[in-house]
Design a binder for this molecule. Sequence first.
Ligand SMILES: C[S@@+](CC[C@H](N)C(=O)[O-])C[C@H]1O[C@@H](n2cnc3c(N)ncnc32)[C@H](O)[C@@H]1O
Length: 227
Amino acid sequence: MTDPRSAAWDTHAHTRPQRRTTNAKGETTWFNWTQHPDHGPGAEALGLKPGDSVLDLGCGSGGNLAHLATLGMRAVGIDLSGAQLAKARERWAHVDGMELHQSDALAFLAASATSYNAIYSVFGAAYFTDPGQALPAVHGRLLPGGVFAMSQHPPVEGCYGCQASYIPRGPDEDPAIVKRWDHPPAVWTGMLKKHGFEDVTVTVLPAPEHSRRRIGTLLVRGVRGSS
Ligand SMILES: C[S@@+](CC[C@H](N)C(=O)[O-])C[C@H]1O[C@@H](n2cnc3c(N)ncnc32)[C@H](O)[C@@H]1O
């Protein structure tokens, strides 16, 4: 049976344009943790070097993953949505070192025997999966010293735990609904530590000063210890 969440995310894919051809610096690939263009830290947050392996949970149309592949990483992306992956395959066909799979994040992590130097998720599957299940599954597939990082919206004060996200379909249709998980930074810190992550940092990056959009970005990062 088809996962109803994949149809919801296919809808999202059809309403979103492909990533711009170049960013403000004129680069053809780049890493963006936030929902604002040309803003925030880049791939250095993952602590990777050429030849390292990296997994993107909910890679969407693959822009961040393609950047890591061009830097020389073995870049694996998974996504529930066939439409998102079709966009990634079309846009990044010329990029070597990029591997894409259609899967639920938890199912992929449970079935995979591979461990990674870094696992990340940009407004991706880690936002839309219960962290009580996602964090131990991610920790179990990181190499010692490997980094996990994820970004998403900061929580709305008082709206914590599992929340509903509405994906617009059309003027005469109900929106698709998916679940997401929001927590304040201190709760994320405690959850990562509970599941064995070290050097945990949780920050809210403010929106760019010049933007009329004022919502910042929550960036969560932790390291699997060396033992
Ligand atoms: C808001 S989009 C972000 C896509 C991409 N990371 C980006 O920054 O453009 C969320 C993505 O997560 C994927 N996703 C959501 N839940 C997932 C899950 N449980 N397993 C795998 N992918 C999932 C969706 O299909 C969608 O492509």
